[in-house]
Unconditional design. Structure first.
Length: 472
């Protein structure tokens, strides 16, 4: 057996006798299991609620009586975003972005009913999910277990004895790293096991689960290696503990919360009132379809009359008001789409600023990677809004075409079409995007985590040389 293996085995034996360490490890493992169980239960409950609400609003829409199609445009439709399979593991931004969109004519609504607006401020610190435990609490345990790994040998003078017996500094560091790397992976094992079971049951894709496990393994190994390296470079164990706690506070607590504030100051988003004012200003520019003297729609009427080869609106084989609704919806949709794209661009600029600092705070990297694979990041939210808007436009234009094509054959002051037409309108079905289609959200975080591990490996070599020089 190599010297490194013997040192690793001895490290495990020492830690096994550390009652406080064993209790802390057991509590963290229990917390991970509880987080998995509660997150799965919560996901099942939310998914069942959203499916029930969606079925209810679909049933209400189908149950509408014979109506004028334009009334159904304003009656609208609600759509609910389904939870991604791995959202139980990392809720990401789902609690802050809203999950319900009201679809109606003439406007593009934002998502509503964000959980963070209906819950206590504790939600902003972090939900009890496996991702939160692994990202925030697991590093503290690994620090507590590793801060004295090499410093303890220095204080007891056993390090000199090992070096005097021909054990190299590299073997000492390698043994400590092997020992604490195994502990780090063991800490994450309960969460990894749940992910594997989830994939084996067909509830999640194997590729996403495999990358999730690799990402968190790299994150936990990073803290194990950091603990050993700082323990080797620091003069005393208590100095190493102070340094490691300081690094944890900066990397895990301070930077991830300060950087978004800095991004907001650098690239300020428009308020809701400012956005609405800008939208109304742009809407006024396209003309008023209800004004018979409006220049744009006067030209539009002439084009319609020329297309159908008639002289008056009354001679058209279709209802002119329906054609105006179709054209007006096309114009307003483009304006709302442009405003939404500007908002997304501003938010993406802020996110890019924060993600650039993941080199300094790898928590940002693992968080970005975890949310992307779980389908709970901003890209997934934007994709839901895009699909909802595509459905909304098709939904409204179908009703507008019904108005234009079906009403001319119906007499009376209050023309209505059969309620059977509402039931023929397709229902919204969200198609989750493949996280691998957004490779930029995966490659950079992995590169950051591997870069940190590489840098710490270089520091470990430096620490090994210092140990060998100190023994001469």
């Amino acid at each position: 057996m190599s010297a490194a293996s013997l040192i690793a085995r001895e490290e495990w034996r020492v830690l096994a006798r550390n009652r406080a360490g064993l209790i802390a490890s057991a509590l963290l493992v229990l917390l991970i299991l509880v987080a998995n169980f509660t997150s799965l239960e919560r996901r099942s409950a939310i998914e069942a609620d959203r499916e029930r609400y969606q079925a209810s609003v679909d049933e209400s829409f189908d149950a509408q009586p014979d109506r004028h199609p334009h009334r159904m445009v304003h009656y609208g439709q609600f759509v609910f975003r389904p939870l991604a399979p791995l959202a139980f593991f990392d809720a990401g931004v789902d609690s802050f972005t809203g999950n319900t969109v009201f679809l109606e004519g003439h406007r593009q609504n934002s998502a509503n009913f964000a959980e963070a607006r209906q819950s206590s401020l504790l939600l902003r610190f972090g939900q009890l999910t496996p991702a939160f435990v692994l990202q925030t609490l697991a590093p503290l345990l690994l620090i507590f277990l590793a801060f004295a790994s090499v410093g303890r040998e220095k204080e007891r003078a056993t390090l000199k004895l090992m070096l005097a017996q021909g054990v190299s500094g590299r073997s000492v560091i390698a043994g400590k790293l092997i020992g604490h790397a195994a502990i780090a992976l063991a800490v994450g094992l309960p969460a990894f096991a749940v992910l594997l079971v989830f994939a084996a049951a067909g509830a999640a894709e194997w590729g996403s689960v495999a990358l999730m496990i690799l990402g968190y393994a790299a994150w936990l190994l990073l803290w194990a290696v950091l603990g050993v390296v700082v323990s080797a470079l620091a003069g005393r164990p208590r100095d190493a503990l102070a340094i490691l706690i300081g690094l944890w506070m900066v990397i895990v607590i301070l930077l991830p919360r300060a950087l978004p504030e800095a991004a907001s100051a650098q690239s300020e988003l428009a308020t809701k009132i400012e956005t609405e004012i800008a939208l109304h200003r742009d809407l006024l520019k396209i003309g008023d379809s209800h004004d018979p003297d409006d220049p744009y729609f006067n030209d539009f009427k002439e084009e319609v009359l020329a297309k159908y080869g008639v002289d008056t609106v009354e001679e058209l084989p279709v209802q002119y008001a329906g054609l105006v609704s179709i054209e007006g919806e096309r114009l307003t949709t483009q304006i709302y789409a442009d405003a939404a794209n500007r908002q997304i661009a501003s938010e993406s600029e802020q996110n890019a600023f924060v993600h650039a600092f993941s080199v300094v705070s790898p928590l940002i990297a693992i968080r970005q990677l975890s949310m992307a694979l779980a389908g709970s990041d901003l890209s997934a939210h934007y994709d839901f809004l895009d699909q909802a808007e595509t459905f909304r436009y098709d939904f409204v234009q179908r009703l507008n075409r019904m108005q234009a094509e079906l009403l001319p054959g119906i007499e009376g002051d209050d023309p209505r079409i059969s309620a059977a037409y509402w039931q023929d309108i397709p229902r919204f079905a969200y198609d989750p995007t493949d996280p691998f289609a957004r490779s930029q959200n995966l490659v950079w975080p992995f590169a950051v985590l591997l870069g940190w591990l590489g840098a710490l490996a270089a520091l470990a070599l430096i620490a090994a040389r210092r140990i060998e020089r100190a023994a001469r």
